[in-house]
Ligand binder design. Structure first.
Ligand SMILES: Cc1ncc(C[n+]2csc(CCOP(=O)(O)OP(=O)(O)O)c2C)c(N)n1
Ligand SMILES: [Mg+2]
Length: 333
């Protein structure tokens, strides 16, 4: 089993999967604590419980590939290499943040890393990813784009229009649906008449696959296969990863739409401890190896919080820097 695991996956990759999933989890918990403590204003939609989809999918991509993210995007950004220091500064509305401290959690992007943006508009990132894929194809670049979105987003016109166009043009794009069973407080069966959202891909002429979104290796394998297909001219794939968010839709959500028993049952399928057990049981890493990685995550987050807390706030006089519209003589350009 050990040999099989390390034959198929490089040991550095397995370590990175573990470390990055922990970084996402602890980033979320730390951000929630710092919001309560007053450092962070505004909303947080945490992805606690969904770390395997974010990290597994991103680690199957190449550095030049692009992603688009959602309102629940911290995991996607860290998965694609985003720096928690600048993320934390952005959440704390400080000027060294990814958007100069003006965007907050829902508007983080880093074009150098291929992160084309978190997005407060449900399904808003999907056409952007298709546009990036079209651009890669027209420029004959060997890159692909991946759009993350939720189950609720597959009921939006933007999803269907973008999927249709990508199917017609066979664009190098992956439609990655994190199906966490709810769109805000609405369970999936009240918003879609199909049980498996992956079937929607067939309307647009490409394959839809279903994976266990709490199994990082299954997510990685499915994304790698889809990425290879896209890169070799085979067009789009939709991946539906079945998962669960362990916390509310947003911090403070009273969660009246689901039972504590349901939440507890899904905590039993938490993607991080199950991967940890697998790594130890197969002898890939010892407990001590993994503890060291966990410790390094806490250290990195301590540094990120200290950086954010010490950073300056944006100056009101800089409000028009870095924006596309400007005002001259009372007119907006
Ligand atoms: C176009 C649009 N409609 C509605 C909203 C309000 N809204 C924010 S998140 C959300 C639910 C999205 O559900 P899903 O796509 O399943 O993502 P999840 O929150 O479960 O990750 C809604 C309706 C919005 N931000 N944008
Ligand atoms: Mg959802």
């Amino acid at each position: 089993m050990t040999e099989k695991m390390t034959e198929k996956y490089a040991i550095d990759l397995l370590a990175e999967m573990f470390r990055r999933m922990n970084l996402v989890r602890e980033f979320e918990l730390r951000a929630i604590a710092e919001r309560r403590g007053g450092l962070i204003p505004g909303f947080i939609h945490s992805c606690v419980g969904q770390e395997a989809t974010a990290v597994g999918a991103c680690l199957a991509l190449q550095p030049g590939d692009a992603i688009t993210s959602t309102h629940r995007g911290h995991g996607h950004l860290i998965g694609k290499g985003g720096d928690p220091k600048y993320m934390m500064a952005e959440l704390a509305a400080r000027s060294p943040g990814y958007c100069l401290g003006r965007g907050g959690s829902l508007h983080i992007s880093d074009y150098d890393l291929g992160i084309l943006g978190a997005n407060g508009i449900v399904a808003g990132g999907i056409p952007i990813a298709v546009g990036a894929a079209l651009s890669f194809a027209m420029r004959k670049q060997p890159n692909i784009a991946l759009a993350f979105f939720g189950d609720g987003a597959t009921n939006e016109g933007a999803f269907h229009e973008a999927a249709n166009q990508a199917g017609v043009w066979k664009l190098p794009v992956i439609f990655f649906c994190e199906n966490n069973l709810y769109g805000e407080g609405t369970p999936q069966h009240k918003q879609a008449a199909v049980k498996d959202l992956a079937v929607r891909a067939s309307s647009y002429g490409f394959e839809g696959v279903i994976v266990d979104g709490n199994d990082i290796l299954a997510v990685y394998d499915a994304t790698l296969a889809a990425a290879e297909r896209a890169r070799s001219g085979g067009g789009p794939t939709m991946i539906e990863a079945k998962t669960y968010r362990q916390r509310g839709h947003y911090e403070g959500d009273p969660q009246v739409y689901r039972t504590p028993e349901e939440i507890e049952a899904w905590k039993g399928k938490d993607p991080i401890p199950s991967f940890r057990r697998r790594l130890v049981e197969t002898g890939v890493f010892t407990d001590a190896d993994l503890e060291e990685m966990e410790g390094s995550v806490f250290k990195q987050l301590d540094e990120a919080v200290a950086f954010a807390a010490a950073a300056p706030r944006p100056e009101p006089g800089d409000a028009l820097a870095g924006v596309y519209a400007d005002v001259h003589d009372g007119l907006v350009f």
